[in-house]
Design a protein around this ligand. Structure first.
Ligand code: 13P
Length: 253
């Protein structure tokens, strides 16, 4: 019903030379994927990634976008700039941006609206910190982040949006949420979207990924969960063979 979508988030990794090598190796390995395949790269690698993936099933995304159309925002990149490069997706509100670069629910929402207005597809990240989880606040946090991110976003845009549930304590730590826990929290996010829009919209239009140490070992189990529609992959997206194994996950019934 919902087509799986596996996206790599390269974060601040790979020069242009490394991008050429990685993408060239990846293309044949994922060509028969049943999932949508996306690689989100640093700005400096986007043109190379778009060029190399032309005519393939790999889609390219950026890792952030500014909310203003243009202007005095030194160091920032606009949605028009990304569109012109041929970029299709953009990660918004990653926890590393929330943690280190002052990203808030309000700026996430502003970026989402700017991206959609220019025809970019946002991958909106939500997820709780370890202390929030330990305080039993996981649901409260993801409900708030989801509700704020979708403020003033029209129902007609839902098909163009992906949500990534990334528990912050599971990112880059080797700790994965159990498949059951990830599934349960993603259900909370889907129910939030059902409340904001409609049940059918949440069940059929929006894909929700899991992210946080998803890798070759745990992908099959995670993807077998009914609410998990894909993954946002950090470390395991930097090696072609590993990312391809995640993209070509095995269906466990
Ligand atoms: P890791 O897969 O390295 O844990 O990173 C997950 C992530 O943050 C993807 O956006």
């Amino acid at each position: 019903m919902r087509k799986p979508i596996i996206a790599g988030n390269w974060k601040m990794n790979n020069t242009i030379a490394a991008t050429k090598a990685l993408v060239t190796e990846l293309i044949p390995l994922v060509k028969d994927a049943k999932a949508d395949v996306v690689i989100c790269t640093p700005y400096t690698d986007l043109a190379t990634a778009v060029e190399l993936t032309k005519g393939t099933n790999i889609h390219v995304g950026a890792e952030n976008v500014h909310w203003a159309e243009k202007g005095a925002f030194t160091g920032e990149i606009s949605a028009d700039m990304l569109k012109e490069l041929g970029v299709e997706y953009v990660i918004i509100g990653h926890s590393e941006r929330r943690q280190y670069f002052g990203e808030t629910d309000a700026t996430v929402n502003a970026r989402v609206k700017a991206a959609l207005a220019k025809g970019l597809k946002p991958i909106i990240c939500v997820g709780e910190l370890l202390e929030e989880r330990e305080a039993g606040k996981t649901d409260e946090v993801v409900i708030r982040q989801t509700t704020e991110a979708f403020k003033d976003v029209d129902k007609s845009e839902l098909e163009n949006i992906v949500v990534a549930y990334e528990p912050v304590w599971a990112i880059g730590t080797g700790k994965t949420a159990t498949a059951e826990d990830a599934n349960a929290t993603i259900k909370v996010i889907r129910d939030t979207l059902a409340n904001l829009y409609c049940r059918n919209c949440a069940d059929t239009k929006i894909r929700i990924q899991y992210g946080g140490s998803m890798n070759t070992k745990n992908v099959d189990e995670l993807m077998a969960m009914p609410e998990i529609d894909g993954g946002l992959i950090g470390g395991a997206s930097l090696k072609a063979a590993d990312f391809a194994r995640v993209v070509n996950f095995e269906e466990v019934k």
